[in-house]
Design a protein around this ligand. Sequence first.
Ligand code: NI
Ligand code: MN
Length: 225
Amino acid sequence: MEIRFLGHACLSIESKGKHLIVDPFISGNELAKHIDIDSLEADYILITHAHQDHVLDVERIAERTGATIVSNFEIVEYYTKKGFKGHPMNFGGSWEFDFGLLHYLQAQHSSVFADGTYGGNPGSFVLEGESKNIYIAGDTALSMDMKLIPLFTKLDLAVLPIGDNFTMGIKQALMAAEFVNCNRVLAYHYDTFGYIVLDKELAKSSFNLKDKELILLEVGDYIEA
Ligand code: NI
Ligand code: MN
């Protein structure tokens, strides 16, 4: 499974030959100016919650690609009413897609669209792909619910917010990695705005001290899960 960091909380993932985009926020991100949003491939768009820094480019990408939007019931309803394709889920639910088995789980945060429309409960995803399993935490606080994840899947990679203020910071992201029992972490949701500037040296050394790998990608770079 190939994962590309597109800045902030946006990822593109290739799994079983299908292309997924998670939480598209590119055109509004100064740090992602070199990403050509109109050449990104998408069969699916996964959305964790309705905040603008996670959905800004959903319609632009979905209009061009015809991608199916996967999120909570309320967010999918918001887009299907506008004529887009959607697959609604809710907490505890799993679905065998053609890109892998997807679980939709809780996140401790809030969720509302920029126009004030209710965005349901904020969520996170666990994707069991071809041979690797990843957790995409979304915007969230540290939560005891994270301890449930290793009871049903063995993670190869955890994608965790680390920028603090709106989500977990370094210390709690490190605890989250322990809660989900995963030693390989891709950090996201940092540096985009003033409130979430990350001390990268401190972040890296904090994880290293606990024998965990913290991956900080340049916008546009790839890793294998
Ligand atoms: Ni948010
Ligand atoms: Mn956010």
